[in-house]
Write a protein that binds this ligand. Structure first.
Ligand SMILES: [Zn+2]
Length: 101
């Protein structure tokens, strides 16, 4: 998984440097459509890169390592979206009971 994550960061970084505006847009945060700071290591600043999953892996665990499910996202946007990275578990508000039904 770590290798996939590194590859995905490199892909986004390459896209962000592309002369093609459409390809450059592919490197933007899929949550807010803002540009990601690829000059700093992933998950080190609010604007830095993280790998997000289009379909959350709690619901679709088989897509955890499926590159088709990967999306570029800001660290801050990914964090505020919640319950994505295993490291984030235990932080934030638990889902209210009514949400689950
Ligand atoms: Zn964002």
């Amino acid at each position: 998984m770590h290798k996939l994550r590194d590859d995905f960061f490199d892909e986004g970084k390459a896209q962000s440097l592309s002369p093609d505006p459409d390809e450059r847009a592919e490197s933007d945060c899929w949550l807010c459509r803002g540009g990601i700071d690829y000059t700093v290591p992933p998950a080190t600043t609010p604007d830095s890169h993280t790998l997000d999953h289009a379909k959350d892996v709690d619901t679709y665990p088989e897509l955890q390592e499926d590159p088709d499910n990967f999306r570029h996202a800001h660290f801050s946007c990914n964090s505020s979206r919640g319950k994505r990275a295993p490291n984030d578990q235990g932080l934030g508000e638990p889902m209210p009971a009514w949400w689950k039904h």
